[in-house]
Design a protein around this ligand. Structure first.
Ligand code: CP
Length: 306
């Protein structure tokens, strides 16, 4: 078992399936049994970047398993703001807890923390790089909603350049033999080509378009993303693309009956509120699945079997 969870690139398909199996088992456990599993353990939630879902679902997961939580929700509340280095922070906090969950704007910071830490480190998002716990809960959601992952057709919409959730998920889906992708993005936010590189170039098909309407009737999962203002080096570029796509209920008339609209959230004007009432809306159950998957992740990395 790997000590840390840093990138989906580090995991084999069998290792990913283990997380999914464990999440299904956690979901089936009565609350009182769950509550005994991590008593006496402490999780540090170290969030150097804003978060609602990832931080609170990890905290909820730890509480549901009977463990304790320490941490911070912004850099300004730590001694990093006084000049302490990131690695000194890790060397310090590892004395106070059993597992660290880290979100940071710097790509590679979770990997650095894992290298210097003697306790497990979970990457809760590092810049535009990876968000593996989001990917695991996305896969769990897809499996629950569609009954399978392999062979499905997935459309990604929005910021495919900077979105760590897309970068993590697309490579994981390729491991599950998902071979057909529709990539909907403005020219300036297209998926970097290296995410499409593989040893089997004839196996995978990436169809790139600017038009959301082209994707809706052709996919099983419509994965919407926010255009992330905070990732743009030049805000004028953000202004040009910020409202590129807005999915409405009327646009879903031609959708496949089993289609699920997913979104890592937060949404900022990509999904109209009238979509929430349709049978296609999967994003709030997806957020709920985050607690279950994060319980599974904590159990696995703290070496607790159920
Ligand atoms: N999906 C996600 O990472 O949401 P938060 O930024 O609210 O944690």
């Amino acid at each position: 078992m790997k000590k840390d969870l840093i990138s989906m690139e580090d995991l084999t398909v069998d290792e990913i399936k283990d997380y999914l199996r464990l999440a299904h088992s956690v979901e089936d456990l009565p609350a009182d049994e769950r509550y005994r599993l991590l008593q006496g353990k402490i999780m540090a939630a170290m969030f150097f970047e804003p978060s609602t879902r990832t931080r609170l679902s990890f905290e909820s997961a730890m509480h549901r398993l009977g463990g304790g939580v320490i941490g911070f929700a912004e850099k300004s509340a730590t001694s990093v703001s006084k000049g302490e280095s990131f690695t000194d922070t890790i060397y310090t906090v590892e004395n106070y807890c059993d597992i660290m969950v880290i979100r940071h704007p710097g790509e590679g910071t979770a990997r650095l923390a894992a290298r210097v830490s003697s306790i497990p480190v979970i990457n809760a998002g590092d810049g535009s790089n990876q968000h593996p716990t989001q990917t695991l809960l996305d896969l769990f959601t897809i499996e629950k909603d569609l009954g399978k992952i392999s062979g499905i057709k997935v459309a990604f919409v929005g910021d495919l350049k900077y979105s760590r959730t897309v970068h993590s998920l697309i490579r994981a889906l390729m491991k599950f033999d998902v071979t057909e992708f529709i990539l909907v993005a403005p020219e300036s936010l297209r998926l970097p080509k290296y995410f499409m590189m593989t040893d089997e170039p004839n196996k995978y098909h990436f169809y790139e378009t600017n038009h959301l309407e082209e994707a809706i009737s052709k996919c099983d999962i419509l994965y919407m993303t926010r255009i992330q203002r905070e990732r743009f080096p030049d805000l004028l570029e953000y202004e040009k693309v910020k409202d590129s796509y807005l999915l409405t209920a009327a646009m879903l008339e031609e959708a496949r009956p089993h289609l699920r609209v997913l979104h890592p959230l937060p949404r900022v004007n990509e999904i109209a509120y009238d979509v929430d009432k349709t049978k296609y809306a999967g994003y709030f159950p997806q957020a709920r699945n985050g607690v279950i998957m994060r319980e599974a992740i904590l159990l696995k990395h703290l070496g607790v079997k159920i």
